[in-house]
Design a binder for this molecule. Structure first.
Ligand code: PLP
Length: 390
């Protein structure tokens, strides 16, 4: 489909995905049509692709403070999460059958764990989070058992933006010699990814959350971590993820990650100012609105709310008609609107959770976008409430 000219959209859904930056596109282009070799081929074109791949491993390794061979390129954040959980569960199946996690993980984690419970008979403990979506490191430690083989806790939550205390959790988990994975998909563009400081053994990233294309991800696997690949074939990525490497995507991911991480502090400061203005404005101008997630420990561009007396889907459609792209917390997979598992785990009553609104900011947002949202949102909410029968 060819993109049509359209009025400017105020895009406030950067947690869902981001545009690919022009500089990222530019870095990728030669790898489609000029340097299109297969990195496994011995000829010159293949070797050029191999060099780009190796350089990409080195750049990600510098950002993650690890060795280049500990970096595995994958097909998405979902794939990284799946590979991590299944890979460790299979490799350690004789050591134990217990995994510890939280109830607010992305479905790439929760559904993979459900499958491991059903197929391998694993047991999963979900350590509760508090009303801000924060898990206590001591509560994770208390859930560990002699047969615990893996702990998986996300870095930052996609629905409410809460940032977990990974370093503290990692220290407690490692004291017991247990492997620690984090889904860092939402954190990739904004937070430090130093795996030594974070004390993680496996870490998942996804390019499209930080201005790289969709369909490319990273899985960091610390050297010595028990891991069995569940994607087998040509043995690419040192046998940890087979499949011909997506060189344009990988080059795009690396270019975008380097940009995001090198300008992190300045970008975060700008985003925080916009976000705080947005949060303050919504709470002041929309009666019956509440912030969800942690008031301070949250992603710099992430604002999430519940709005009493409105249905999330109706609100999103009404905002869309006004040119504002936003999102809710509730996934609606079965067709029947269900409140989000995240908000439920944070103890929100169903009625409140049904009015979830997520406004996630990014590089391309300007102060006028926030003003526009603050002008439109109260009117839309008032209009929807007028139509709602109680
Ligand atoms: N994990 C988290 C926390 C996410 O927010 C997402 C995407 O929304 C994923 C995993 C999945 O990443 P991908 O879209 O690359 O499969």
């Amino acid at each position: 489909m060819i993109a049509e000219a359209r009025p400017r959209i105020v895009y406030l859904d950067h947690s869902a995905t981001t545009c690919v930056h022009p500089s990222v596109v530019e870095a990728m282009v030669p790898y489609f049509s000029v340097e299109y070799g297969n990195p496994s081929s011995v000829h010159t074109l293949g070797q050029h692709a191999r060099q780009a791949l190796e350089q990409s491993h080195r750049t990600v390794a510098e950002i993650l403070n690890c060795a280049p061979r500990e970096v595995v390129f994958t097909g998405s954040g979902t794939e990284s999460d799946n590979l991590a959980l299944r890979g460790v569960a299979l490799a350690r199946r004789r050591d134990g059958r217990h995994i510890v996690t939280t109830p607010i993980e992305h479905h790439a984690i929760t559904h993979s764990l459900e499958q491991l419970v059903q197929t391998l008979g694993l047991e999963v403990t979900e350590v509760p989070v508090d009303a801000n979506g924060l898990v206590q490191p001591e509560a994770i430690a208390a859930a560990l058992r002699p047969d615990t083989i893996l702990v998986s806790v996300m870095y930052a939550n996609n629905e409410v933006g809460t940032i977990q205390p990974l370093t503290e959790i990692g220290a407690l988990v490692h004291e017991r010699g247990i492997i620690f994975h984090t889904d860092a998909v939402q954190a990739g563009g904004y937070l430090s990814l130093d795996v030594q400081a974070l004390q993680v053994d496996l870490l998942s990233l996804s390019g499209h959350k930080f201005h790289a294309p969709k369909g490319v991800g990273v899985l960091y696997i610390r050297r010595g971590t028990p891991y069995v690949s569940t994607i087998t074939g040509g043995g690419q990525e040192d046998g940890r993820r087979s499949g011909t490497e997506n060189i344009p995507g990988i080059v795009g991911l690396v270019t975008a990650l380097r940009q995001a991480q090198s300008e992190r502090d300045a970008k975060n400061e700008r985003l925080r100012a916009l976000r705080d203005h947005l949060i303050g404005g919504v709470l002041e101008r929309v009666p019956g609105s509440q912030l969800t997630g942690h008031p301070e420990r949250r992603l710099p561009g992430h604002a999430s709310f519940t709005i009493d007396g409105v249905e999330a889907d109706a609100l999103l459609l009404a905002l869309d008609l006004e040119g504002i792209a936003a999102s809710s917390g509730s996934a609606c997979a079965s067709g029947a609107a269900e409140p989000s598992h995240v908000l439920k785990a944070m103890g929100l009553p169903r009625a409140r959770a049904m009015g979830a609104l997520r406004l996630s900011l990014g590089d391309d947002n300007q102060p006028e976008d926030i003003e526009r949202a603050l002008e439109v949102l109260p009117k839309v909410v008032e209009r929807l409430r007028a139509f709602t029968y109680v």
